[in-house]
Design a protein around this ligand. Structure first.
Ligand code: FAD
Length: 404
């Protein structure tokens, strides 16, 4: 039987509605705000419009007030969001809140759900996810030093985190802390806690300045922060598992938005090449420039197929880690290459701040670090390939075997 690539009508409908909303409402409002300012008020109004249009929290179940879309439909919706600056925020499906909503939906008790998830889905509060630390490698969460000590029916958290996106202005954080230093396997050492940001001892030190400017990626010190037993999310020693469950779909959600960013960069590349006169023709006549277009188009196409397949696996409840790793690595690097090519084709303009491309490139650089650095994914992918050959004598199950 042939594979049917026709999109289901509900997915098509969601994509069309989000595309029209982004093109007719969000993009023009952002263009206006870029010249006139008024970002805070502008985004608040856009969020109200999105809610009224039934385009709110697309990734959340309808009983929680969302659109109830699965990962496959979200691939299309997020790519549309990625074509604007903060389209995902307008629909309330931006990082890290989107990943935190999934995490709470999966792990929260009824009480935690009502207290934290409900206002998050309603867009009344924001949240953050605190795992990475300056002193130890973020690529190895078993080394986390932030620790929680038991004190009666409470826990006392001490430690140091950084690059905690969205911390300033958030109401609560999901914090990964070591509770069982001697646990075997080491993956059982950490526990996730929901911590209110106004808790005494939760001290935001600074917003770390990055090559893309201030992005509300904060350094935080936990100084004797007391939380009750009921603040544990997903069970004691389950911090690593929670991170894994969270990171699969959250990684893919990043990829989906990056596809929208890359589409935009490629469109700018092509438009510039078609419009730039030289040697009695235009830049687009040159085969070296056409090669950049063709390579970018192929990489973008492969990215879309990889993301869709990984989303399909998640939606069907099948193993997805290898495919998500491959998609994440490919999409992050594809975004970097296409944005870089677009700058090249724009010449000096691309390098200047007159064009949005230099900013897009600075933002794109983080894609190769967040949610697993390139090398972490490459070594995991290679390990799975070796295991497949050792155990099956074939690479099939480590190279998207569901496809063939
Ligand atoms: C913009 C931005 C936003 C972020 N937001 C958050 C957030 O909200 N919450 C949060 O907890 N964290 C966040 N992070 C942190 C991010 O998750 C970490 O940067 C990432 O996990 C890598 O950890 P590290 O920076 O400690 O690098 P390290 O773990 O020290 O790794 C440094 C480098 O070593 C190499 N490396 C690592 N492992 C291997 C390996 N197995 N084999 C070969 N080479 C390897 C890679 O080149 C890697 O880049 C954010 C980071 C950025 C840049």
């Amino acid at each position: 039987m042939a594979i049917d690539f026709t999109l289901p009508p509900d997915v098509l409908e969601a994509r069309t509605r989000v595309r029209e909303f982004m093109e007719n409402k969000v993009a023009p409002a952002e263009a206006r705000m870029r010249t006139e300012g008024g970002w805070r008020k502008g985004y608040a109004a856009l969020r109200e419009e999105a809610k009224a249009a039934g385009l709110w929290a697309p990734h959340m179940p309808t009983e929680w007030g969302g659109m109830g879309l699965g990962p496959l439909a979200m691939a299309f919706v997020s790519a549309e969001c990625g074509r604007t600056q903060l389209g995902a925020y307008v629909l309330n499906c931006h990082a890290p809140d989107e990943g935190n909503m999934h995490t709470l939906l999966h792990f929260a008790t009824k009480e935690q759900g009502e207290k934290y998830l409900r206002p998050l889905v309603d867009g009344k509060v924001r949240s953050c996810f605190a795992m990475t630390e300056p002193e130890v490698a973020g690529s190895d969460p078993t080394g986390i030093r932030t620790h929680a000590e038991r004190d009666g029916d409470h826990w006392v958290i001490n430690g140091h985190k950084w690059f905690i996106s969205g911390a300033r202005g958030a109401t609560f954080a999901i914090v990964i802390a070591r509770t069982d230093p001697d646990a075997d396997p080491p993956q059982a050492r950490n526990t996730a806690f929901i911590v209110d940001i106004d808790a005494p001892g939760f001290n935001i030190v600074r917003d770390v300045e990055t090559m893309a400017g201030h992005g509300n990626h904060c350094e935080i010190r936990f100084e004797n922060v007391r939380v009750p037993d009921g603040a544990i999310l997903g069970g004691r020693g389950q911090g690593h598992r929670l991170g894994q469950v969270r990171l699969g779909p959250a990684r893919l959600a990043h990829c989906m938005r990056w596809i929208g960013n890359a589409e935009l960069a490629l469109e700018m590349l092509v438009k510039r090449a078609l419009d730039r006169p030289l040697h009695g023709g235009v830049l687009a006549d040159k085969q070296l420039i056409q090669a950049k277009m063709a390579e970018s188009a192929m990489e973008l196409y492969a990215a879309k197929l990889m993301v869709l397949h990984a989303a399909y696996l998640i939606e069907k409840g099948k193993p997805f880690r290898q495919e998500v790793s491959m998609a994440k690595h490919h999409v992050a690097n594809m975004l970097w290459r296409i944005t870089d090519r677009a700058i090249q084709v724009h010449g000096a303009l691309g390098y200047s701040t007159d064009s949005p491309l230099e900013k897009m490139l600075r933002h794109a650089r983080s894609a190769r670090l967040v949610d697993g650095a390139d090398e972490v994914h490459l070594s995991q992918i290679a390990l799975n390939v070796m295991n497949a050959v050792r155990e099956d004598g074939s690479t099939r199950r480590a190279t998207g075997f569901e496809l063939l």
